[in-house]
Structure formats: structure tokens, C-alpha cells
Design a binder for this molecule. Structure first.
Ligand code: GLN
Length: 211
């Protein structure tokens, strides 16, 4: 059996999709990494990454391209990783959304709060511990107008990354990486570093659901 077996799609309606494709192309188990814009392409992949960008724009474009329902059906059954805006899209509920709400892909049983850390200026990088998935070595996590998970609505959702931050006088912990069955979400941008351990993790995770 050849080592390269997995066809990974990266949703390419909007946002930082090329960077994910570059990261995936370095992983031996990835047979092909393709940008996904149509239902046909969605049907040809084993798993999907929803990139960071702007979730309101991504939702509008998905609706306009008739991709909303196919994506909703896909995330019900196939391994999917949402990063930043992609994490918002993968959730069932978002707060801080535009007036009238916004369309989501309805996968994760969580509430995500958009723009938790304020504006572009308040973007930051930190060494994040993800012991359950990456072991002891921390990951250089880039947070850009990042969301956080503010509520968990199912026992199936497992928090695998927490960010400690000062909020007023108190220290709080917020969930920034979760797994629910075949779904994975991170609030930061792992494709903007040269560390591809999270992409490797996702490929291994998705392979478990193949066959
Ligand atoms: N704040 C953006 C949104 O609401 C997400 C930012 C990002 O993906 N870097 O979509």
C-alpha cells in the first residue's frame, strides 16, 4: 500500500486557504490537497479544512454558491478542521455575529464568541500547550481577531487547548482548541507558522475515519 492515501480539501471560498495547501503538501500521507469551491470537489475529498478569514464573508459566499447545505451535510459525517473563522463556521452557534445572525455549518455543539480579543491590533502570538494532541512541546499559536469557545453544549466535546489570559483583575481560561468526534477546531492560525505538527495531527485524525 502506498503511504499517500488521503485527499484533503481546503475550503477556498474566502480566506487563508493557500497556506493550508502548502502545509499539507509536505505531509507524506497526503495524496492530494485541493482547494474546494464546488459540491463536486466536496464529494471527492476524504476530509476538509475550513480556513481563517472572515466568517461573515465566508457564509455569504457559501450561500451564494449553493454550498451551504452541501457543507452542512459534509461536516455531519466527514473529518473537518476549522481554524479561526473556520472554527466559527463549524460551530452551531456564534455570538458577536452580524445583525440578524449569520449562517453557520452547524457541526460543533459549542457557542463561539467572535472577535473575543478585539481588533486586528490586539492580535498576538503565544506558545500554546496542546498536551493531548502534541505532547509536551508547545505550539506557536497565532491569534488574529480570534474567536473563543464560550460554551460547550455536549459531553462529546473535548477541550484540548486552553489559553490563560488576564480579564480585568481575574485570570480566566478559555477554550481555543476542541475535538468532537470527527470534528476538530482551533481558534488560531496554524498555517501561518512553519510548524506543521497540527496539520500532521489532523491527517492522522482523518485517516482513522477513512474506511
Ligand atoms: N474575526 C473573524 C471572523 O469573525 C475571524 C478572524 C480570523 O479568521 N483570523 O470571521
Amino acid at each position: 500500500m502506498s503511504a499517500a492515501t488521503l485527499i484533503v480539501g481546503v475550503l477556498a471560498l474566502q480566506g487563508a486557504f493557500i497556506e493550508h495547501i502548502h502545509m499539507l503538501n509536505k505531509i507524506p500521507e497526503v495524496k492530494e490537497a485541493i482547494p474546494v469551491r464546488t459540491e463536486e470537489q466536496l464529494n471527492s475529498i476524504d476530509c476538509l479544512i475550513i480556513p481563517g478569514g472572515e466568517s461573515t464573508a465566508m457564509a455569504l459566499i457559501a450561500e451564494r454558491c449553493n454550498m451551504l447545505e452541501p457543507l452542512r451535510a459534509f461536516v455531519q459525517k466527514k473529518p473537518t478542521w476549522g481554524t479561526c473563522a473556520g472554527m466559527i463556521m463549524l460551530a452551531k452557534e456564534a455570538t458577536g455575529a452580524k445583525k440578524g445572525g449569520q449562517q453557520l455549518f452547524n457541526g460543533l455543539d459549542v457557542v463561539v464568541n467572535r472577535n473575543q480579543f478585539g481588533t486586528q491590533k490586539e492580535s498576538f502570538q503565544t506558545m500554546l500547550h496542546l498536551p493531548e494532541i502534541l505532547g509536551e512541546e508547545p505550539f506557536p499559536a497565532v491569534f488574529i481577531r480570534a474567536p473563543v469557545i464560550s460554551q460547550i453544549k455536549s459531553d462529546d466535546v473535548k477541550i484540548v487547548g486552553r489559553l490563560e489570559h488576564k480579564h480585568g483583575q481575574t485570570e480566566a481560561e478559555t477554550a481555543v482548541a476542541v475535538i468532537q468526534n470527527h470534528l476538530f477546531a482551533t481558534a488560531f492560525h496554524p498555517e501561518l507558522t512553519s510548524d506543521n505538527r497540527l496539520h500532521q495531527f489532523f491527517v492522522g485524525f482523518a485517516l482513522k475515519y477513512k474506511n
